[in-house]
Design a protein around this ligand. Structure first.
Ligand code: NI
Length: 188
């Protein structure tokens, strides 16, 4: 296992669509996932997509901390590995919340996302994973899958005045009227 270098916004690997994993049983896949898990743990983030570690394949990992269970989502979600994930948006309800990203260190922004989705992909064992997700859980999955299509969260933002350095925004957002806490911008 190894801690991998994380690509930052502007690197070409983050801007192009990643390729599907042709054979999930290829030993290269569990090795990649093991390194991604170690890299995520080291970073303190909650999600990571393979292109962020310079591997242009459709693999994401994520988890939802228990502190997030209050937002109408499914509660704590253990570390999940998705190979070749797909997202289906359910309903037209959108939600806006602060996001961060390991590829944009020290920055956060308010991003609109679909509030209710169904996602599917393959687990490391090659078995299908199919789940419905709401709230923060749905947000994290959309953020990670966007990485597989060369999309970073600022490209989803409607109001770039909410985009900036976490240290600065935390001053402005603390107790702010818009109800967002800068602490919500977990990195993924
Ligand atoms: Ni990210």
């Amino acid at each position: 296992m190894a801690i991998l270098k994380i690509a930052r916004m502007g690197h070409p690997v983050l801007r192009r669509p990643a390729a599907p994993v042709k054979d999930p049983a290829d030993p290269v896949v569990p090795r990649l996932v093991a390194d991604m898990i170690e890299t995520l743990e080291d970073s303190g983030g909650i999600g990571l997509a393979a292109p962020q570690v310079h591997v242009p394949l459709r693999v994401v990992i994520f988890m939802v901390p228990g502190t997030r269970s209050e937002d109408g989502g499914a509660g704590e979600v253990p570390l999940t590995i998705l190979i070749n994930p797909e997202i289906e948006i359910l309903g037209d309800e959108m939600a806006e919340q602060v996001e961060g990203c390991l590829s944009l260190p020290d920055m956060i922004g308010v991003v609109p996302r679909a509030n209710h989705i169904r996602y599917r992909g393959l687990g490391l064992d090659g078995q299908p994973v199919v789940r419905e997700a709401k709230g923060y859980h749905a947000r994290v999955v959309q953020h990670e899958c966007d990485h597989l299509d060369g999309v970073l969260y600022p490209m989803r933002m409607r109001d770039l005045s909410t985009f900036g350095y976490v240290e600065e925004l935390r001053k402005g957002l603390r107790g702010g009227a818009d109800g967002h806490k800068a602490e919500e911008g977990e990195r993924s």
